[in-house]
Design a protein around this ligand. Structure first.
Ligand SMILES: Cc1cc2nc3c(=O)[nH]c(=O)nc-3n(C[C@H](O)[C@H](O)[C@H](O)COP(=O)(O)O)c2cc1C
Length: 174
């Protein structure tokens, strides 16, 4: 089927080459890429298809500064070109949603990092939200400061280089 979107990165290559990245280039992210990132979150599956999330795209500098004070690594937020906070109390659903967003971003060459919340009240206040649902995570995005080309290695090599436990420590065939 013909499509206007020509994905630059194969899915398995995107999965294996993605690393959480905290330093971003001084280059803005085009709107169509931002829309794809958000849409990738929107289409994530969730238990009973409840879609228990809200996405807050944090644009105003004042809000960003206040939000930076509510995460463990403030510089990730201050240096990002796109900041998306996800409000939800469903950790499993948010996991799927945020990984969708980050992989869709990486497919367009945009790096990212999830950010844990160090001050839950401050995070809600920074975003102007009520206390009914917590801020589950803050995702920071930007083109990587140090360029990395997924296509420079096959997926098997990215996988072997990843700082992860080996499969034989994780998998039991029973
Ligand atoms: C739920 C969760 C919370 C995280 N919180 C932070 C954080 O607060 N600050 C940060 O810099 N990285 C954070 N990370 C990123 C992890 O440090 C990262 O996934 C791990 O070190 C692997 O990094 P790599 O993909 O670059 O190998 C978080 C990751 C997850 C899944």
């Amino acid at each position: 089927m013909a499509t206007a979107y020509d994905p630059p990165v194969d899915t398995f290559l995107a999965v294996t080459s993605k690393r959480d990245t905290r330093s971003y280039a001084d280059r803005s992210i085009p709107n169509d890429v931002i829309e794809r990132i958000l849409d990738a979150g929107r289409v994530a599956g969730s238990a009973r298809n409840r879609q228990p999330w809200r996405f807050l795209v944090v644009e105003t500098p004042e809000r960003r500064e206040r939000l930076a004070e509510a995460v463990y690594a403030p510089d990730n937020v201050l240096g990002a070109r796109l900041v998306v906070a996800i409000q939800s109390s469903s950790a499993m659903d948010v996991g799927r949603c945020m990984q969708n967003m980050m992989l869709a971003a990486w497919n367009d060459g945009v790096a990212s990092c999830p950010n844990g919340i160090s001050d839950a009240e401050q995070a809600l206040a920074a975003l102007g939200l009520g206390e009914d649902e917590p801020v589950a995570t803050v995702l920071t995005f930007g083109y990587p400061a140090r360029e990395r080309d997924p296509e420079s290695r096959p997926p098997e090599e990215w996988s072997a280089r990843a700082d992860r436990k080996p499969l034989d420590e994780l998998v039991e065939r029973i």
